[in-house]
Design a protein around this ligand. Structure first.
Ligand code: FES
Length: 111
């Protein structure tokens, strides 16, 4: 069983991908061509992997660590359901997950 991920772009377009259980959301997003830089490659030293989780899914995820919350404080366009994609482990039990790219994510694609 895979985990169905829906990525919602800044302009509202969606892309749905199937992810292998146990993978990290950042990896899956990058493989799907989503505009997440992930500069520190999951070392929790940037915040360029910031995504906004659908509120219904947010409550189903394990809580963010204090370190993650601290980093999110520094990210732009943070919301109450913001998370770092490198810290989201796609557990099979999750089934599906919807995340939005934060405003400004488009800039990283070098339009
Ligand atoms: Fe740097 Fe997630 S990739 S904090």
């Amino acid at each position: 069983m895979s985990v169905t991920i829906t990525f919602v772009a800044v302009d509202g377009r969606t892309e749905i991908v199937e992810a292998a259980p146990g993978s990290r959301l950042l990896e899956v997003a990058q493989n799907a061509g989503q505009p997440l830089e992930g500069t520190c490659e999951g070392q929790m030293a940037c915040s360029t992997c910031h995504v906004i989780v659908d509120p219904a899914d947010f409550v189903r995820l394990p809580r963010a660590s204090e370190e993650e919350d601290d980093l999110l404080d520094l990210a732009a366009h943070v919301t109450r359901t913001s998370r770092l994609a490198c810290q989201i482990l796609l557990d099979e039990a999750l089934g599906s997950l919807t995340v939005r790219m934060p405003a400004g994510a488009r800039d990283m694609q070098g339009r």
